[in-house]
Design a binder for this molecule. Structure first.
Ligand code: CA
Length: 234
């Protein structure tokens, strides 16, 4: 039996905190909560949560400033909860080491799906499973054999298309910022060249999506980055 996962909720708004607490409890998680940054850091050491939900607007410190200290102390998955629908803030959070984000008012089902994805990924790592094959809809990505098929037939990708697809496939269902993708696939000198990435993603969609104009596989996170969606299991 896997141990019950523990979620640390860092949120100063008592109403949202209670709502999140109830939602997480109903989903079967252990829950601990903090209303301020200082309390969050001490709970991190004591409670050793598996997932941290971090509100960015905290009374004692900007939530963005908490990301690095959390990363240094804990292997927990860090999901930022932001009220402000500002892409710059989301990009900053990802670059500082957050794993993902949701925007308030958030969809509870979406948040629970993000948590399930994170926990699945953590368990695979803990079990020493190196994920090298990813199935996304009718697309099959085999990273060992460098082979991508769609409905069973091989798809020929350019090296950059393959590079971007593999980076997304290594973190399925999670967002990767434009800069993260550009840094890894093109190199640090090209992190600003979002147009390179757009062209490659367009090519990938032409080859992999049923309707490239309405992507279901490689989806946009407006002004932030991209996400490779797998079919939600269960
Ligand atoms: Ca707040």
């Amino acid at each position: 039996m896997p141990q019950t996962a523990k979620i640390l909720i860092v949120e100063d708004d008592a109403h949202i905190r209670r709502l999140l607490h109830a939602t997480m409890q109903r989903a079967g998680y252990d829950v601990v909560e903090a209303a301020a940054a200082r309390q969050a850091l001490s709970l991190l050491d004591i409670e050793r949560p598996d997932v941290v939900l971090l509100d960015l607007g905290l009374p004692d410190r900007d939530g963005l400033e908490l990301i690095e200290p959390i990363r240094l102390r804990s292997a927990a998955t860090l999901i930022v909860v932001t009220a402000r629908d500002e892409s710059a803030e989301k990009v900053a959070a990802l670059d500082l080491g957050a794993d993902d984000y949701v925007t308030k008012p958030f969809d509870t089902e979406e948040l629970l799906a993000r948590i399930r994805t994170a926990l699945r990924h953590q368990r695979a790592i803990a079990a020493g499973e190196l994920v090298t094959v990813v199935e996304a809809g009718d697309v099959h990505i085999d990273m060992d054999r460098r082979r991508v098929t769609r409905d069973g037939s091989e798809v020929h990708l350019t090296p950059k298309e393959y590079g971007v697809l593999v980076e997304l496939a290594k973190r399925p269902d999670r967002v990767l910022s434009h800069a993260q993708l550009l840094r890894t696939v093109w190199g640090p000198a090209h992190v600003e060249r979002v147009e390179y990435l757009r062209i490659v993603v367009r090519g990938l969609r032409q080859k992999l999506e049923k309707d490239p104009a309405r992507p279901r596989l490689i989806v946009n996170e407006l002004a932030v980055g991209y996400r490779l969606l797998l079919r939600e299991a269960g």
